[in-house]
Ligand binder design. Structure first.
Ligand code: PLP
Length: 286
């Protein structure tokens, strides 16, 4: 059975400082961000009624907007409090939080000067991102742009155009996700998650030049170091996939997700992935 569409649910959404009934949280069709892609958003998970790394997510929302030259009209502390309120009001023990900031319908041109900034925070149940224990992913034809062409560190709606294209092409080809290269043809990230390879017993992950520097990525690097693993952030080239003994993805939604294959090459769900998967599962519930 399909779950009801996201605009037709019970509960409340935090909208510009107030809790509004779920079905009434709407925007006008001439909203600037709808036309020009400059909304910014977050995705956080709720475990045992608490939002994991809440302040980091609130801070990134503010930073993402700053990178697109606007200010979220709430402090990080206010966003944290609003998120806690919306999780409690919707009586969620587990699930997902989706904050969004966007520019309003005051002007229609490319310039956004003169628009008001709006913020909403929605929270809802959401289970595992993938159904598979280990996913199969394919190399996308879409490349992460150079930092001169896009604000890579911003979780900006417009940057997800290529993620959605890459993901839907992968699904149509029978894979669960896509791996994007970057503008120099180095490995970068999946469509909503960061990439890790195990190489000679060390953990290797691409630098942050063209990716979103995931909060889960940083958490998992810390967990790996605590286990005594060497963690290396560097440029990684596609040929190196042949040498990897394990591959996994990290992200708020996907958590620590084993990759069982990239294109035709297969990988086992190895000991490093399993260890970090269980360390992460324990940490988010602690
Ligand atoms: C493109 C992209 N990369 C990486 C991530 C992982 O980020 P985080 O661990 O902060 O959820 C996400 C998810 O937000 C994403 O959309």
């Amino acid at each position: 059975m399909n779950s009801p569409p996201l605009d037709d649910r019970d509960g409340v959404i935090w909208y510009n400082g107030k809790l509004v009934p779920w079905r009434e949280a709407k925007v006008h069709v001439l909203t600037h961000s709808l036309h020009y892609g400059n909304a910014v958003f977050e995705g956080a998970r709720i475990y045992n009624g608490k939002v994991f790394k809440l302040t980091e997510h609130s801070a990134r929302l503010v930073k993402s907007a700053k990178m697109l030259a606007y200010d979220v009209p709430y402090t990080v502390a206010q966003l944290d409090a609003a998120t806690k309120l919306v999780v409690a009001e919707n009586k969620l023990e587990g699930g997902y939080v989706r904050p969004l900031a966007w520019r309003g319908p005051e002007v229609i041109g490319v310039s956004a000067i003169g628009t008001k900034v709006h913020v909403m925070i929605a929270a809802f149940p959401w289970g595992a991102y993938y159904q598979q224990k280990a996913i199969r992913i394919c190399t996308s034809r879409w490349k992460r742009p150079s930092p001169e062409s896009s604000p890579a560190g911003s979780k900006a709606a417009g940057l997800y155009i290529i993620c959605t294209l890459a993901k839907d092409e992968a699904l149509a080809a029978g894979y669960q996700d896509a791996l994007m290269h970057d503008y120099k043809d180095r490995l970068s990230e999946a469509t909503g998650a960061n990439l890790f390879l195990v190489l000679d017993g060390e953990l290797h992950t691409p630098t942050t030049e063209t990716i979103l520097n995931g909060i889960t990525r940083q958490t998992v690097m810390d967990l790996a170091r605590k286990r005594g693993l060497t963690v290396v952030e560097r440029e990684i080239w596609p040929e190196e996939l042949a040498r990897a003994s394990e591959v996994f993805l990290t992200g708020t939604a996907v958590e620590v997700q084993p990759v069982g294959a990239i294109d035709a090459r297969e990988y086992p769900v190895g000991p490093v992935t399993q260890q970090l998967q269980s360390d992460y599962a324990a940490l988010v519930r602690s």
